[in-house]
Design a protein around this ligand. Structure first.
Ligand SMILES: Nc1nc2c(ncn2[C@@H]2O[C@H](COP(=O)(O)OP(=O)(O)OP(=O)(O)O)[C@@H](O)[C@H]2O)c(=O)[nH]1
Length: 198
């Protein structure tokens, strides 16, 4: 994803900064669906054909093993990574450590990483507790939230938090003068917990 980050340059001209963000995770965790939900605000049921990279401003990657070497090349110039597992698939969660090892090997040292437990709407088939996701995220010092590409739960928040973090790193002014990504996410989740993200 190349996240457009706009802000005043001081001469009144609005400069757009493009940041490349990519979605990674096992095949079938919902990377393309999450992207489509964010981009188009809708859920298109059914599997997309394995995706290698599509020409949106957001980069989608294929979770399949046979595309791994392609994914490695994507890491190099990515500023942010959305790392997904599927809350109904213990295996996709167990593989997160391997994804993180790979990310640390191939991505830039200061890449922004966010862990997302997707398919949170399928609570009847839940195989990974929210706390397990949160605990893994704490261990690696990365922000975490559960999402649903189907209902849209937390999808916008995930992309917005990444965009704000990148904007701050680029030295651009934010609405929140003391922006801190972890605190921002927790505050937004609390704000919405009454009704929007049930
Ligand atoms: N219920 C539910 N289903 C989802 C969600 N996200 C994705 N799916 C379904 O899960 C399947 C896989 O979704 P994709 O978006 O193709 O997954 P992917 O990670 O892009 O898969 P690859 O391209 O193979 O790496 C599809 O049948 C989607 O409809 C979600 O949040 N909730």
């Amino acid at each position: 994803m190349e996240t457009p980050v706009t802000g005043p340059r001081g001469d009144g001209y609005n400069e757009a900064l493009l940041h490349k963000t990519i979605l990674v995770g096992d095949s079938g965790v919902g990377k393309t669906s999450l992207l489509v939900q964010f981009d188009q605000g809708k859920f298109i049921p059914g599997s997309f054909s394995a995706t290698v990279g599509i020409g949106f401003t957001i980069w989608d990657t294929a979770g399949q093993e046979r595309f791994r070497s392609v994914t490695h090349a994507y890491y190099r110039d990515a500023q942010a990574l959305l790392l997904l597992y599927d809350i109904t698939s213990k295996m996709s969660f167990d593989n997160i450590r391997a994804w993180l090892t790979e990310i640390h090997e191939y991505a830039q040292k200061d890449v922004v990483i966010m862990l997302l437990g997707n398919k949170a709407d399928v609570s009847s088939e839940r195989a990974v507790r929210t706390e397990e996701g949160a605990s893994l995220a704490r261990e690696y010092g990365v922000p975490f939230m559960e999402t649903s590409a189907k209902t849209g739960m937390n999808v916008e928040l995930a992309f917005l938090a990444i965009a704000k973090e990148l904007k701050q790193r680029a030295g651009q002014p934010l609405d929140e003068p003391h922006f801190q990504i972890h605190q921002y996410i927790e505050a937004q989740k609390k704000k919405s917990s009454c009704c929007a993200f049930s």
